[in-house]
Design a binder for this molecule. Structure first.
Ligand code: PEP
Length: 256
């Protein structure tokens, strides 16, 4: 199975942007802009926008995701949201382990794994983020680091559950900085991630798993990045907040 047989996914990560009122307006622009997409289109929104997003996207080709999930089912975890709460709302995807969560909210490889398992066990699809800092790239440890992040995030995830797993390679130095990884850098690390998946789950799972690139992908650089053999889509931050730009990226993924 090659790239053409894998599901290309373009997922927007809205981060802490858009009130529910603003979300309504953006989704209103997005629906007609991406309706002809030949790839899977996902918008991951703040918790407060999810109900609005699910209602507005019903019957369209836009899938809705959250930006985080807690690993416990319920209980005394003030301010947290469980996987069951997301499922009940009609949410389909969730981002786990974004570097901003790791950096600002003490997320570790182990908690990323726990969140991924909780989400998968509840029937959600997960987008697991991995990626190195600039210092780690300069020290030449990108491959080891990304291998380790991927392996730990997937601990106890079954081969069957891998059908609901997407890995997003997001070099930290490229997120929100305007500095994009070159298409060769993106391809190299996405290929290494696919290799680790193959070592753990076998070649068939490695070939079937969607591996995205994320980090300042935009309407100008998306063709080049998405044209690479091991890059099956993108996790898009800033450019997902502008419907015309997001639509250009969706169309680029449709071409492959
Ligand atoms: C992200 O937040 O996952 C991301 C890739 O952001 P940006 O596209 O803004 O770099």
């Amino acid at each position: 199975m090659d790239k053409k047989n894998r599901k290309a996914i373009i997922a927007g990560n809205w981060k802490m942007n858009k009130t529910a009122t603003e979300a309504k307006a953006l989704i209103g622009e997005l629906i007609p802009a991406v309706k002809g997409a030949g790839c899977e289109v996902v918008i991951c929104t703040p918790f407060t926008d999810l109900a609005t997003a699910v209602a507005l996207c019903k019957g369209t080709n836009i899938h809705v995701g959250a930006e985080n999930v807690h690993f416990e089912d319920h209980g005394a975890f003030t301010g947290e949201i469980s996987a069951a709460m997301l499922v009940d709302l009609g949410v389909e995807y969730v981002i786990v382990g974004h570097s901003e969560r790791r950096q600002y909210f003490a997320e570790t490889n182990e908690t990323v794994n726990k969140r991924a398992l909780a989400a998968l066990n509840a029937g959600l699809k997960v987008i697991i983020c991995v990626g190195e800092s600039l210092e780690q790239r300069e020290e030449g440890v990108t491959e080891e680091l990304v291998r380790m992040q991927t392996k730990i995030a997937l601990k106890d995830v079954t081969k069957e559950q891998m059908k609901n797993v997407v890995i997003a390679y997001e070099p930290i130095w490229a997120i929100g900085t305007g500095k994009t990884a070159t298409s060769e850098q993106a391809e190299e690390v996405c290929g290494q991630i696919r290799k680790v998946i193959g070592e753990v789950y076998g070649a068939d799972t490695a070939k079937a798993t969607t591996v995205q690139y994320g980090g300042s992908m935009n309407a100008k650089n998306c063709d080049e990045l998405l044209g690479k053999a091991d890059v099956d889509g993108g996790l898009i931050g800033g450019a997902s907040l502008k419907a015309p730009d997001f639509a250009v990226i969706v169309n680029a993924a449709t071409k492959g």
